[in-house]
Design a protein around this ligand. Structure first.
Ligand code: 4NP
Length: 181
């Protein structure tokens, strides 16, 4: 039987400027569950790959309800149980002027994507917005990271599994453009 070919994953856009670091922003709705989970996971995976001095990550949300708050307790518990550090997070807002600071802006679901793109001031901003799960080798047609906020604990475990495998692929994609030529 022939092995099924895995879909090819997207590449990341090159850096905006000549600065020493490549900046990735993870964006969800409340910035207390999904995007801070991605920030914590990616922070550790970049360090493990030796890329933590080359790539900086942050997270923010498109909604204002939780600004300044710590991570959702269930998200934090899930992360801590897997050895990640959830303690330093404080929820922040993604605003249009944030584009200038980032080389890549990754939306956790389609609504986030739509809301972020609406804040882009030009095509250059717009092309730097991608769906986070576009890098998930198992995503298939489902590109949303499911919102766990109104659900049960199992939703947080599912989010972490999605985020971990997607960040593995994202580290590879970023490494491909950071490799010295
Ligand atoms: P997040 O989850 O976008 O993954 O941080 C949510 C957090 C809060 C709300 C919705 C989603 N909320 O409606 O307050």
């Amino acid at each position: 039987m022939m092995a099924e070919a895995l879909p090819s994953l997207p590449s990341v856009p090159g850096p905006r400027g000549t600065g020493p670091t490549y900046s990735i922003a993870f964006v969800c709705l409340g910035n207390i569950c999904r995007s801070p989970t991605a920030e914590a996971v990616m922070t550790r995976k970049l360090a493990e790959a030796g890329l933590d001095r080359d790539v900086v990550v942050s997270s923010s949300g498109t909604g204002t309800w939780h600004l300044g708050e710590a991570m959702d307790r269930r998200a934090a518990t899930t992360l801590a149980a897997h050895g990640y550090d959830p303690t330093r997070h404080r929820a922040a807002l993604f605003e249009g002027d944030g584009f200038a600071e980032h080389d890549l802006v990754l939306a956790m679901d389609k609504q986030n994507f739509h809301d972020i793109v609406a804040m882009a001031s030009d095509d250059e901003d717009g092309r730097r917005v991608q769906m986070f799960r576009a890098f998930d080798p198992l995503a298939g047609d489902e590109l949303d990271v499911p919102d766990p906020f109104y659900g049960a604990q199992g939703g947080f475990d599912e989010v972490l599994a999605i985020v971990e495998r997607t960040c593995d692929a994202l580290v590879d994609a970023v490494a491909a453009i950071r490799r010295p030529s």
